[in-house]
Write a protein that binds this ligand. Structure first.
Ligand code: CA2
Length: 145
């Protein structure tokens, strides 16, 4: 069974509550339940983690180096600023998918730069919350090769 973790960064705990035109109407709980269903049907042991705190995300990334086969991360606003998250991800030897609900390249200029892309196998962005399932499918395909 492959082990995959989905990490979500700051403010993503508020999904479905505000900015619905940008991020949709589903809550993070809805998304995680949907991903868990897919995981159960596809032989994936799925873990999920959300934090608004940069260091907690770094801790979780470090833990993943010994007990996960793949990692999906929507680092939220830290995508564009966090050297610490970039450095923690760089240590991992497992495939990493960078995920964004919105298309960060057709938004404000400050969102066009990602510190995560450099250490990610690939990026899924702009497909709304469907991107979470797409990321799971993509990482499963990489791991089954
Ligand atoms: O599109 C994405 O997934 C982002 O990672 C979301 C981040 C944003 O800073 C990135 O540039 C792109 C922000 C997440 C904020 O989520 C909210 C959800 C509901 C209400 C308010 C914010």
């Amino acid at each position: 069974m492959v082990k995959i973790i989905i990490l979500n960064g700051p403010n993503l705990n508020l999904l479905g509550e505000r900015e619905k035109d940008q991020y949709g109407t589903y809550s993070l709980k809805d998304i995680e339940e949907n991903c868990s269903k897919y995981a159960d049907e596809n032989g994936i042991k799925l873990s999920t983690f959300q934090s608004n705190v940069e260091g907690e995300l770094v801790n979780q990334i470090q833990k993943s180096r010994n007990n996960q086969d793949g990692l999906i991360i929507n680092a939220g606003g830290y995508t564009h600023t966090s050297v610490a998250i970039h450095d923690a991800l760089k240590i991992l030897k497992i495939p990493i998918i960078e995920l964004h609900i919105s298309n960060i390249y057709n938004r404000e200029e400050f969102r066009h730069k990602s510190l995560i892309s450099k250490v990610a196998k690939g990026v899924i962005c702009g497909f709304g919350v469907d991107g979470y399932l797409m990321s799971l499918q993509a990482i499963k395909k990489i791991l089954n090769k």
